[in-house]
Design a protein around this ligand. Structure first.
Ligand code: NAD
Length: 271
């Protein structure tokens, strides 16, 4: 176990499974205390148990990240349990695909709520424990870096057929990222985004497996999936752990001079 994140406290949204779960594990492996948060309470509890059994520190705070009081409550719980907040990873998300001529107002709003408004509220609610604490530290000659990583997508960078709602929200998240970087960089708070290409999680598994989130079926038809993978220069999907590594890097002291950037993790694929 390394001590790169020793004494640091992190919130990772959507950390009961997939990329978020790997991020939480990596943070703990490097000495951080983690708040696991997800809609899926049972899975979040399992993650906390596994982390504790391996000697790490974690708590869970479950709920819907889009609820209006979610941000306030999770920040409060984090401070109550751990006394500080150093790293915030806005990762919770899913897709609700439809071609634009069929896309409903509800499907569009749903993607804005989870991918853009929820991260905004969490960042705003973290102000006293990230921005304001850092401001006081700087006045006292202390330098501590804090990190915000917003999980975007290649869809937000280049658009994607069937994902006008998701692409718009993930692109908006890049604007939020760059603005926080401009406003909070002076407080040693680095805010960056990762834009993932095709990462192997339930969102990108064969649709025939019929996974669903919020009543919307997720996954990709096998033929389409194979065609996507065939166009990736590395000819494979990324693993959740590989995706998590990029978030770890942007949450660690290794990236103290990287701010307001969009880090593409796509196996070299722009199509
Ligand atoms: P995943 O489904 O494996 O994990 C996402 C987690 O978020 C789940 O545990 C889910 O319960 C949780 N979640 C969803 N809605 C929530 C809500 N309203 N409140 C609380 N928790 C909620 O998916 P993943 O692939 O690990 O996705 C993680 C992030 O990466 C998402 O933001 C996704 O858009 C982004 N992303 C993924 C890919 C990919 O190829 N998998 C590509 C680009 C971007």
């Amino acid at each position: 176990m390394s001590e790169m994140l020793k004494n640091q406290v992190a919130i990772v949204t959507g950390s009961a499974r997939g990329i978020g779960r790997e991020v939480a594990q990596m943070f703990v492996d490097h000495g951080a205390k983690v708040v696991i948060t997800d809609k899926d309470e049972d899975l979040a509890a399992e993650a906390v148990t596994a982390i504790r059994e391996a000697g790490g520190e974690a708590i869970s705070f479950c709920g819907d990240v889009t609820a209006t009081d979610f941000a306030k409550n999770i920040i409060h719980t984090t401070i109550e349990n751990f006394g500080r907040l150093d790293i915030l990873v806005n990762n919770a998300g899913y897709t609700a695909d439809n071609l634009v001529h069929r896309l409903t107002d509800e499907q569009f709003q749903e993607m804005l709520d989870i991918h853009l408004i929820a991260p905004f509220r969490l960042i705003r609610e973290a102000t006293p424990y990230m921005r304001d604490v850092a401001k006081k530290e700087i006045e006292n000659g202390v330098t501590n870096y804090r990190k915000i990583v917003n999980v975007s997508s290649m869809s937000g960078v280049k658009g994607n057929v069937g994902q006008a709602n998701y692409a718009a929200a993930k692109a908006g998240l890049l604007g939020l990222t760059k603005t926080i970087a401009l406003e909070w960089g002076q407080f040693n708070i680095n805010c960056n985004s990762v834009a993932f290409g095709f990462i192997d999680t339930r969102l990108t598994r064969p649709k025939e497996e019929r996974g669903s989130v919020n009543g919307a079926q997720v996954g990709i038809p096998t033929k389409v999936r194979d065609a996507i993978i065939n166009k990736i220069p590395q000819r494979r999907a990324g693993e959740a752990k590989e995706a998590a590594s990029s978030i770890f890097y942007l949450s660690s002291p290794l990236s103290n001079y990287i701010n307001g950037q969009v880090h593409l993790v796509n196996g070299g694929s722009y199509s």
